[in-house]
Design a protein around this ligand. Structure first.
Ligand code: GLY
Length: 350
């Protein structure tokens, strides 16, 4: 074992006693929901593939490939490619919901544990699989992130084909949103759209193989109807995902602005480096996000955040968890034997 890791694991008692995590675990009525309990989510072992609730096909594919000896990053990316190319998932890749002008802009990043390398693209248009472009940035440049036109030029230089990513279904949802923005504009919207909530989504997949190597990928079309050029957490290393090959991996979905502010995935991994379990590590960060949300426009009447954030984490031992602020979240996990959807642990019942 890495002596640095051992030293840091010995600090766990001190870490907990400082209250960084104790409040999350003991003070907030932390609960596991449905068929998941803190105890039974602690199945240990390698390999593991964990993903967001829309990632059951991704975990299945990633596990199948890891069992054949495929590298963890290639396996995780092949998993999320299924969802990126699926026009029916309106939060990722082809078929994703567009920005406020009707243009689909995609964000993605990847991180490879064994080499501690990473790549990312943001506001990428016309390419169905931004995760593969992010991997190409990692492998074929000295940079971490390319954005906008530069990212598209780079993708084309490497042979990626351009497509119109706006499906008819996504276009219709965008038009209905636009028509119903204001009763005072010149678009004739329909009243049934009252209370329309902007759909959110994204997919993350973290993979741990039998050797204990880790990787992660996150990919998204981002916040539906966003301001053009808006970039969320998904392509940001440390926010949308983070991997420490000696410790574990974490990825996120949900309100990107909150994950960026908390350096969410990096903080979850740092918590695990200090010896916290994936559950404890996630709940600590969710608690901090909740406490540090003080802007009134982001708060419900009861003073809690009016948004949600999800983390998916696996440590080097193969312990894993998915967690979010409010009850009702799910995640996909393949533990090497069974591929299934599980209920996320949560801070608040409602
Ligand atoms: N978490 C995805 C986004 O905020 O864009």
């Amino acid at each position: 074992m890495n002596p640095y890791l051992l030293t840091n694991q010995l600090d766990r008692r001190e870490f907990l006693s400082r209250g960084l995590a104790a409040g999350a675990v003991a003070g907030l009525g932390v609960k596991a929901s449905g068929n998941d309990t803190v105890a039974n989510s602690l199945h240990r072992g390698m390999p593991v593939a964990i993903s967001s609730g829309n990632g059951l096909r991704a975990t299945g594919k990633a596990m199948q490939m890891m069992k054949r000896g495929t590298d963890t990053l290639d396996a995780a990316i092949a998993g999320v490619n299924i969802v990126e190319e699926d026009p029916n998932d309106m939060s990722v890749g082809y078929g994703g919901l567009p920005n406020e002008r009707g243009v689909v802009e995609l964000d993605s990043c990847v991180m490879h544990g064994p080499t501690y390398r990473a790549g990312a693209v943001a506001s990428l248009r016309n390419i169905k699989t931004p995760s593969l472009v992010a991997q190409t940035v990692m492998e074929r440049t000295d940079h971490i992130m390319l954005v906008g036109q530069g990212a598209l030029d780079f993708a084309k230089m490497h042979g990626f084909q351009e497509f119109n990513l706006l499906t008819e279904n996504a276009r219709k949802v965008w038009v209905r949103w636009k028509e119903n923005l204001s009763p005072k504009d010149d678009y004739l919207g329909d009243s049934e759209m009252k209370g329309f909530e902007r759909p959110t989504g994204t997919i993350n997949c973290c993979a741990l193989n039998e050797k204990g190597d880790l990787s992660s990928v996150t990919t998204t079309s981002g916040l539906a109807f966003k301001v053009p050029g808006r970039v969320g957490d998904s392509p940001i290393i440390g926010a949308g995902l983070y991997v420490d090959n000696e410790v574990g991996a974490c990825g996120s979905t949900g309100r990107g602005e909150a994950v960026i502010l908390s350096c969410g995935s990096r903080t979850v991994v740092e918590n695990m480096r200090h010896g916290l379990s994936p559950e404890e590590a996630i709940l600590d960060v969710l608690k901090r996000i909740s406490e540090q949300t003080v802007d009134k426009r982001l708060l419900r009447n009861d003073g809690r955040p009016d948004f949600d954030v999800n983390f998916y984490a696996v440590n080097k031992k193969g312990e894993y968890a998915g967690g979010r602020i409010y009850k009702g979240g799910t995640y996909a996990v393949h533990d090497g034997r069974v591929n299934r959807i599980r209920d996320s642990i949560h801070l608040f019942d409602k």
